[in-house]
Ligand binder design. Structure first.
Ligand SMILES: [Cu+2]
Length: 284
């Protein structure tokens, strides 16, 4: 095959492989499923990095440590029990050994700390937002406010009671809400999170977002969803009697669908909402 032909073939392949990402196909499942092992699939770079950190770094380290300690225990029990070792050694110190069991754990912690801090920095360094949403935790529901420029409206998002769940519509028990939050795909979404009464925690596993909703404080987090789809989360801070009944539902849609939703939502929630939405201006 000539060099030119190869180039053409390669380009065609690249285009073909690029198509699914251009089409922004429906994303991974945004909730836990029965029998699942491991995390809810990631749909943002943050969640992806969290999974990588846990699965490829922490899990191997703790596995090796557990096996090592188990092996030591078995060895000690077999080799130094009363029968096989009737006269115990009187040794009390071993400088090399003591150095090793101090220095090696320190090195392990450093190896964990470096990527961990990098991850934290990524989570807490807000990109320039395309959409800013204010999220407020209440006992026991969430409310979402879209500021000026994004429609200037707010609404409450309540759990759909289990006996009203419509499986045909894809609704999920204890996860689906009457008014899901809607955001555009592939855009930087900044959420400003606060609590109205007690401390809640805004958590959406697929996005790698978990941040406390504290009364009198405005915490910020961000995410950029890779795919369209529906992604669920839950309050992750025990906040009272109905803590388990204040789920979070995000619909990630195309930019065009988002613009259309803003128009309908603005009309729908105009009557319900009262004062104009105030969000803090991000310090960029
Ligand atoms: Cu809560």
């Amino acid at each position: 095959m000539s060099g030119k032909n190869r180039m053409v073939k390669f380009a065609a392949l690249a285009v073909l492989m690029g198509l699914p990402s251009l089409a922004m196909a429906a994303g991974p499942i945004g909730h836990a499923v029965p029998g699942q092992i491991g995390f809810i699939p990631a749909d943002t770079s943050l969640a992806h990095d969290i999974h990588l950190f846990h699965n490829d770094l922490l899990l191997p380290i703790i596995t090796v440590i557990c096996l090592f300690v188990l092996a030591l225990l078995v060895y000690v029990s077999v080799r130094f029990n009363e029968k096989s070792n009737p006269v115990p050694s009187r040794t009390t110190h071993n400088t090399m050994l003591e150095m090793a069991w101090t220095v090696i754990p320190i090195l392990i912690l450093v190896v964990i700390a470096v990527p961990s801090f990098k991850l934290l920095t990524n989570q807490l360094t807000l990109p320039k937002p395309d959409v800013t949403i204010k999220v407020t935790g209440h006992q026991w529901y969430w409310s979402y406010a879209y500021p000026k420029g994004q429609g200037d409206f707010s609404f409450d998002s309540m759990l759909i009671p289990s006996n009203k769940i419509d499986k045909a519509k894809g609704q999920l028990r204890l996860l689906s809400v009457d008014n899901p939050a809607v955001v555009p795909v592939g855009k930087n979404i900044v959420v400003q999170v606060t609590g109205a009464d007690v401390i809640h925690s805004f958590t959406v596993p697929s996005f790698g977002v978990r941040i406390d909703a504290i009364p009198g404080r405005l915490n910020e987090a961000w995410f950029k969803a890779d795919h369209t789809g529906t992604f669920y989360g839950e309050c992750s801070n025990i906040c009272g009697q109905n803590h388990a009944y204040m789920p979070i539902e995000f619909k990630v849609v195309s930019q065009a669908d988002y613009a259309a939703w803003l128009l309908t939502a603005k009309k729908q929630f105009a009557m319900a909402g009262s004062s104009p939405v105030q969000v803090a201006t991000a310090a960029h």
